[in-house]
Design a protein around this ligand. Structure first.
Ligand code: IMP
Length: 206
């Protein structure tokens, strides 16, 4: 039903204050010809990410910011699921080392939890859920990327858990990839590719 809806999409609000995510999402939306604004550019409330699923948090962020601004809003929520930790940190990835934890705190905690776990048992996946909300139109897109958690940090690019997330096919961590290389295969890149297809379908030409 949503695919029949045509909306004039000349501006999208990215429902985040994470500059690293804004950079990746803006890059992926680049050829859609839509102006991008972020939660830094408009006066919007902070959204409490208190849902128990990535879907719940992504929808909550997009709904609240769309409502507050009247703009179409796009939100993402991402979790790192580590097999040897039964899927942790998952939806709690941003506060794995506690409230207000830095990227480094979270990575260090992960490496500590996995101490002694051999490479053959360090499988993990990133999962991103993107939510688009505009008036009563809502759409979700998901992307995943499989990898391994390294024993030490590698690389300087990217953010968050990137220095310890190894993509075996490339023998590179996300932090050893350029932005374009990462976006091409990453959880967020894959979710975004699906979202871009959807947005092309609903955007009114001209
Ligand atoms: P959230 O989507 O902002 O809740 O992100 C959850 C946690 O995962 C945060 O600590 C982020 O730093 C981390 N994270 C999100 N996306 C990525 C990514 O693409 N690479 C590495 N870490 C990420």
């Amino acid at each position: 039903m949503n695919s029949k809806l045509l909306v004039k999409l000349d501006k999208i609000l990215l429902a985040t204050r994470n500059r690293d995510k804004i950079k990746e999402i803006a890059d992926a939306l680049n050829n859609l010809n839509i102006n991008i604004v972020s939660a830094f550019d408009v006066d919007v409330p902070e959204v409490d990410e208190d849902q128990e699923t990535l879907e719940g948090n992504a929808l909550k962020k997009a709904r609240e910011l769309a409502l507050a601004t009247g703009l179409p809003a796009l939100a993402d929520d991402t979790g790192l699921e580590v097999e040897a930790l039964n899927g942790a940190p998952g939806v709690y990835s941003s506060r794995y080392a506690g409230a207000g934890a830095s990227y480094d705190d979270n990575v260090n905690k992960l490496l500590t939890e996995l101490e002694g776990v051999p490479p053959s048992r360090r499988q993990a996946r990133f999962r991103t859920v993107m939510a688009f909300v505009y008036n009563d139109t809502e759409h979700l897109a998901q992307g995943e990327c499989q990898g391994l958690i390294t024993e030490t940090k590698r690389g300087e690019q990217g953010f968050g858990y990137d220095p310890v997330f190894l993509v075996p096919e490339q023998d590179k961590t996300f932090a050893e990839m350029t932005l374009a290389e990462k976006n091409n295969i990453s959880h967020r890149g894959r979710a975004l590719a699906k979202m871009v297809e959807y947005l092309r379908g609903v955007a009114q030409p001209g």
